[in-house]
Ligand binder design. Structure first.
Ligand SMILES: Nc1nc2c(c(=O)[nH]1)N[C@H]1C(S)=C(S)[C@@H](COP(=O)(O)O)O[C@H]1N2
Ligand SMILES: [Mo]
Length: 254
């Protein structure tokens, strides 16, 4: 990319995110039910059908810890900051200025199933080049539009086959699968593959993640040796070695 990207989108969501937690709480409360609040459906037994929620769809299941309506493109911006030389905000159009690559990889949910897709996106290196993290930035925190969050050591995001994904199977990510931007790290369990990314924050220390705070799952989330139930193998059990999942019927990565 030759031109630095400086377009600023002040979405309402980003406004809430930018506030200290207690203020965000007050604003969230005052504007509950309006576009200002991120609705919490974690304990709602009657989630409206139009909400993205856990669904066992045939080719590729959908997992959504807190069902929500998905991201509207005009309401979306990606802010990148923290321990960097140059913090900035990207618009949806800006994402298409990156050079992209394609890969076929499996997403393996910690609940056991895995599914394969063609993912297309840019490497984390592109983000690094833009914002230039300071030497003390050892960790990266991701925030989503749906109150989900993740964290990674920076070094892991620079490994091969980690992609900032824009397209799945040749089409822009669907609302359910993380539109407009998600992370795919094939050697990590699905829960580390964060969808609907709205903020990337470079930090000195490791932060926690949604499923370490809300379930019995590790922050690290590296796929452990065990059993996989691939959706493209009728969910029949197959042993795995740990790390990225490859089965005998998968084409090895080039
Ligand atoms: N923002 C966000 N990202 C998320 C989740 C979520 O609820 N919210 N669920 C995670 C889990 S547990 C899995 S298994 C994968 C599922 O991705 P999919 O819905 O595209 O299959 O997304 C991960 N990323
Ligand atoms: Mo998952």
């Amino acid at each position: 990319m030759d031109q630095p990207i400086e377009k600023s989108i002040a979405s309402r969501r980003n406004f809430l995110r930018a506030l200290p937690p207690f203020l965000a709480g007050i604003f969230g409360y005052l504007f509950k039910g309006s576009a200002w609040a991120i609705p919490d459906h974690r304990n709602n037994k009657n989630i409206p059908k139009n909400y993205i929620q856990n669904r066992d769809t045939p080719g590729f299941h959908i997992r959504s810890a807190n069902p929500f309506l998905g991201v509207e493109v005009n309401d979306w911006g990606l802010s990148i900051g923290g321990l960097v030389k140059k913090s900035l905000t990207l618009s949806y159009e800006n994402l298409f200025e990156f050079r992209t690559t394609k890969q076929v990889s499996r997403l393996k949910c910690v609940e056991c199933w895995s599914a394969k897709a063609v993912w297309e996106g840019f490497t984390f290196e592109e983000i690094i080049k833009l914002v230039q993290p300071l030497p003390e930035a050892k960790y990266v925190y991701f925030q989503s539009a749906d109150s989900y969050y993740e964290s990674y050591p920076l070094e892991e995001l620079l490994r091969s086959r980690v992609l900032m994904v824009l397209k799945m199977n040749g089409q822009a990510l669907s609302k359910s699968h993380g539109f407009p931007l998600r992370l795919i790290a094939p050697f990590k369990y699905g829960y580390k593959n964060i969808k609907y990314i709205t903020r990337i924050d470079f930090r000195k220390d490791r932060s926690r993640n949604y499923w370490a705070d809300n379930g019995p799952y590790s922050i690290d989330g590296t796929i452990q040796p065990g059993i996989d139930h691939p959706l493209d193998f009728k969910k029949k059990p197959l042993p795995i070695n740990g790390g990225e999942v490859f089965h005998f019927f998968d084409t090895p990565p080039s």
